[in-house]
Write a protein that binds this ligand. Structure first.
Ligand SMILES: O=C(O)CCC(=O)C(=O)O
Length: 362
């Protein structure tokens, strides 16, 4: 029998504890969203007011050749302003991108009990977590999203523990994007006067996690959010979105760009990958690169999937603004900390824009 979705504790049990997710609510045939998903008016997204980000995607194949410096400048400028950009000719096969989107749909179409085995409390492996919303225990209004999260340690463990339905595509995505990530970091670090070697790669992006997000259709998209305003915790995020749209980024007030203070939509571009700067890159660069505040709207017509790779330092890594930048700037804008403490603070709070960075303020 379908529970009463307006009773908060039976909704929580059904969606979170029993692992039915938001998809379970939708599949039960609701005609309006349960109260627990209604966002305060200040967080609701008015689709009509948003404009599209019209910046052309960056062609990474042009890095190899006479246009190298021009492309590096495009990457640097994007990281210094919006903190979001799209890339094409990135080296990740487009057929794999299509397959990943199908795989994500197929995974979330599994019966609830097949997904619920990966809930945090019961998952057979600490590497895999199936969940819903962001931190449901902390949120005043829940997010309209289910996800599966797969942490990477090595290939053998991934093959052994990641859900068999997603692991091959997710692993290929991670592997084939590695060279692109290296080129992007090379450009971004080179501009700061930092030479990127293997030990720095490990320090900046030693921890890798592939997520698959599922945003079911929503009967009242104007009242809900798929993901609330937040910046990503790590160094860089590699994001594959499908063709539905609904990813918005806030242009910071003080950057040299049009539409300051406004939300702009990152439009889906077939074959492109979205890149965004996370909090760690903002801190390492002493604030030059901007971790981008973003959010996702829901739609009533089709369910949306997105597949991010979150690249961050290892939990034990010490983080502080890079000395090369502090020397030039004459001041360190962030203090030194251990990354696990940042993670605990990030996951200990509901999404709230770029407040996560307050933890590291000098
Ligand atoms: O679905 C998207 O486009 C963005 C997802 C996101 O922001 C996240 O998973 O943190």
């Amino acid at each position: 029998m379908a529970p009463s979705f307006d009773n908060e504790s039976s909704l929580f049990d059904f969606v979170v504890r029993d692992g039915n997710g938001v998809k379970g609510i939708v599949d039960s045939g609701i005609s309006k969203v349960p109260r627990a998903y209604i966002q305060p008016p200040s967080e609701q997204i008015d689709k009509k007011n948003a404009t599209k980000c019209e910046i052309a995607p960056i062609d990474l194949s042009r890095l190899d050749g006479p246009h190298h410096d021009e492309v590096v400048n495009q990457i640097v400028r994007a990281a210094e302003t919006l903190g979001f950009f799209q890339v094409i000719n990135h080296g990740v096969p487009v057929e794999l991108l299509d397959s990943l989107k199908r795989t994500a749909h197929d995974f979330f179409a599994l019966p609830p009990e097949r997904k619920a085995v990966y809930r945090k409390e019961v998952s057979p492996s600490p590497l895999v977590k199936y969940g819903t919303s962001f931190v449901p225990e902390k949120e005043k209004a829940l997010e309209w999203k289910d996800y599966i999260s797969m942490a990477y340690t090595n290939e053998d463990e991934a093959l052994q523990h990641w859900p068999v339905e997603c692991r091959d595509d997710a692993l290929q995505y991670l592997k084939t994007s590695h060279e692109m990530v290296r080129k992007l970091l090379d450009a971004l670090m080179g501009n700061l006067g930092v030479e990127l070697d293997d030990s720095k790669m490990d320090a900046f992006i030693g921890k890798k996690m592939v997520n698959m997000n599922f945003y079911p259709t929503c009967p009242n998209p104007e009242l809900t959010v798929g993901v609330g305003r937040h910046s990503d915790m790590g160094t860089l995020t590699i994001l594959l979105q499908d063709g539905i749209g609904g990813l918005y980024v806030r242009v910071e007030k003080d950057v040299d760009m049009e539409k300051n203070g406004e939300w702009v939509e990152i439009p889906p571009i077939p074959g492109a990958i979205v890149i965004n700067v996370g909090d760690m890159l903002q801190i390492l660069s002493n604030g030059r690169y901007k971790s981008a505040e973003h959010r996702v709207r829901t739609t009533s017509s089709k369910s949306r999937v997105s597949i991010p790779i979150f690249l961050s330092p290892q939990a034990t890594q010490k983080i502080a603004p890079l000395p090369q930048v502090v020397e030039k700037d004459g001041v360190a804008r962030y203090r030194e900390f251990v990354f696990s403490d940042y993670m605990n603070s990030f996951f200990g709070n509901a999404h709230d824009g770029k407040k996560s960075l307050d933890f590291a303020k000098a």
